[in-house]
Design a protein around this ligand. Structure first.
Ligand code: NAP
Length: 319
């Protein structure tokens, strides 16, 4: 790939004299002096990843990744990098030279990230990449919303994937990740209801025979056979209208997932829990989607723990 600069790999730790070099003026805290295979000395910083966005909005990603770095005793970092659209290609194509082993990508860069990297099937299906990493010197990308969605359901409602009929509300970017995850896990029929029917049809055309577009007005007719209901619309989000829907029409063993996480407890989830249904919330998906990036950058698969959840919940309630 044009302009690509490969990552520096730590090939061996330095002797004491080399390590003492850290105390010299101009040497950053946390740097290590190592030798490469030719016995040349290299100054290597602990691995760091970042979130690239514009503007650099407040994000929970640093909180999540620093928690895991601490919990696993890994020396590493995670920062937020404000990169304007006109600087994005240069930044991403020289990510390693900028000091990063990988990155998360957010608005407005996700589609460019896909185009500038080697995307996996998930990123291609969603049409957007949110996670970048190097593999064999090549910049690769994925979309971890897929894994976040299914990982959260696995954690909250094991066995959910025996569902044959799933009702998905919405046909935006998040819906594409959800639909891909459902098909990947073998769901036979995904009924897709969206306010703008043309978007539901377009998504069904993309994903093929498993996806059945339905009119927004047909939701009530479908609820009695929906073993899993997923809200991927922004309805129920703080500042948005509520999602008007009767969870009483769902089967008694249905699972309800809501991607909205502000507020944490949406009216849809409150109603589902009141009926004794299993639920999976948006915060759980947000935490689970971060797992894969961390594993790709820092080499260990982290866990979504109750302690991490409490930490991020506390941050969300500050708003
Ligand atoms: P998007 O691409 O803008 O899509 C928004 C969807 O909501 C569209 O289907 C849209 O329908 C529908 N919608 C908006 N207002 C509506 C209304 N008044 N009535 C009926 N439908 C309405 O957004 P997105 O990226 O898919 O995100 C959707 C939601 O998922 C957001 O709340 C986002 O925060 C959440 N999300 C959460 C996670 C997580 O990790 N928990 C990850 C990704 C997204 P039309 O097509 O008719 O406009």
């Amino acid at each position: 790939m044009a302009g690509f600069i490969p990552a520096i790999h730590v090939l061996g730790w330095a002797n004491k004299k080399d390590v003492d070099a850290r105390d010299k003026p101009g040497h950053d805290e946390g740097e290590r002096v190592c030798r490469n295979a030719s016995q040349e000395h290299l100054v290597v910083k602990p691995p760091a990843a970042c979130l690239i966005g514009w503007p650099a909005a407040h994000s929970r990603s640093p909180l999540i990744h620093h928690y895991w770095l601490r919990a696993l005793g890994i020396e590493g970092g995670y920062s937020i990098e404000a990169v304007p659209p006109e600087g994005f290609a240069e930044f991403v194509l020289h990510l390693s030279a900028h000091g990063f082993v990988g990155a998360n990508v957010t608005i407005p860069h996700k589609e460019r990230a896909l185009a500038l990297s080697r995307p996996d099937a998930r990123a291609r299906a969603v049409g957007a990449a949110n996670t970048l990493w190097y593999q064999g010197g090549e910049l690769c990308s994925t979309n971890t919303d897929v894994e976040g969605f299914v990982g959260n359901l696995d954690a909250c409602a094991a066995g959910w994937d025996s569902a044959t009929d799933v009702l998905v509300l919405g046909a935006g970017g998040a819906a594409r990740a959800v639909v891909f995850g459902l098909i990947e896990r073998g769901v036979a029929r995904v009924h897709l209801a969206n306010r703008t029917m043309a978007r539901a049809r377009a998504l069904a055309d993309q994903f093929g025979a498993h996806v059945h577009p339905v009119a927004w007005e047909a939701i009530d007719d479908l609820l009695p056979r929906a073993q899993l209901l997923v809200n991927t619309t922004s309805l129920g989000m703080h500042g948005q209208p509520a999602l008007e829907l009767d969870v009483g029409l769902l089967p008694s063993d249905a699972v309800v997932a809501d991607l909205v996480y502000v507020p944490l407890q949406t009216p849809l989830l409150t109603a589902a829990r009141a009926r004794g249904l299993k639920t999976a919330d948006g915060l759980g998906m947000l935490l689970h989607q971060a797992v894969r990036g961390f594993e790709l950058w820092f080499g260990q698969r982290p866990e979504v723990t109750p302690e991490l959840r409490a930490l991020v919940e506390a941050d969300l309630t500050k708003l």
